[in-house]
Design a binder for this molecule. Structure first.
Ligand SMILES: Cc1cc2nc3c(=O)[nH]c(=O)nc-3n(C[C@H](O)[C@H](O)[C@H](O)COP(=O)(O)O)c2cc1C
Length: 186
């Protein structure tokens, strides 16, 4: 982990080392049931501060609600989800991750909860997504609280449609370099 001063006023960026993975598990309602040591160190929480807490504990205000709306819709449809996420640490700093979130079913097909495994994203991916998330936040600010997540999600999906891409393919393409280096894809 290293700290850099590249933030835009909202704290300092904490970076994962290339080999580090952050892992958490939740119950079906998004309450944390497991967190690995890397997560505790990077986010700055002790285990007892995490278990049973909603995962929005580490939500960063720069993250658009529409991104989480899309995530939950995808998970609830039974699919995995890839996302570029900015999270807050306990002391007001932040870190970016490339997250892979998957539903976890038991042998009878009953939903047990969700897993998320996160690795450090490509720096160019962060640079590409920041203005997109900023625009989504602007759209959300211009809508009422209830309508905001759908409005920004719809804007994102329309933008990606223009590019002929889904959010998942877009995120994976932006991170192709780090995923290739890890032998994860491509
Ligand atoms: C397995 C799993 C991992 C999640 N990881 C994060 C995360 O790292 N950061 C985050 O802000 N939300 C995460 N969420 C989503 C939160 O549950 C929540 O929907 C999101 O923070 C938006 O907060 P809100 O529902 O209060 O708007 C995760 C959800 C699941 C199921």
């Amino acid at each position: 982990m290293k700290q850099t001063a590249t933030g835009h006023g909202g704290g300092r960026e904490v970076q994962l080392a290339p080999h580090e993975l952050i892992v958490t598990k939740t119950d079906p309602t998004g309450h944390i049931t497991y967190a690995n040591r890397v997560f505790m160190r990077i986010a700055g929480y002790a285990e007892h501060q995490l278990l049973g807490k909603p995962h929005n504990l580490i939500r960063h205000p720069d993250m658009p609600r529409g991104a989480y709306r899309l995530m939950w819709q995808t998970l609830q449809a039974g699919h995995e989800f890839f996302a570029l996420v900015k999270n807050a640490t306990i002391d007001g700093n932040y870190y970016w991750v490339l997250a892979n979130v998957t539903p976890d079913y038991d042998l009878r097909g009953k939903l047990q909860g969700y897993y998320s495994v996160r690795r450090p994203p490509s720096r160019s991916a962060i640079a590409a997504i920041e203005p997109i998330y900023a625009e989504m936040r602007k759209i959300e600010a211009a809508h009422g609280k209830a309508a905001a997540p759908d409005a920004s999600r719809d804007w994102l999906l329309a933008l990606l449609k223009e590019k002929g891409s889904s959010y998942q393919d877009f995120i994976l393409a932006l991170n192709a370099d780090v995923l290739k280096a890890k032998g994860v894809a491509g």
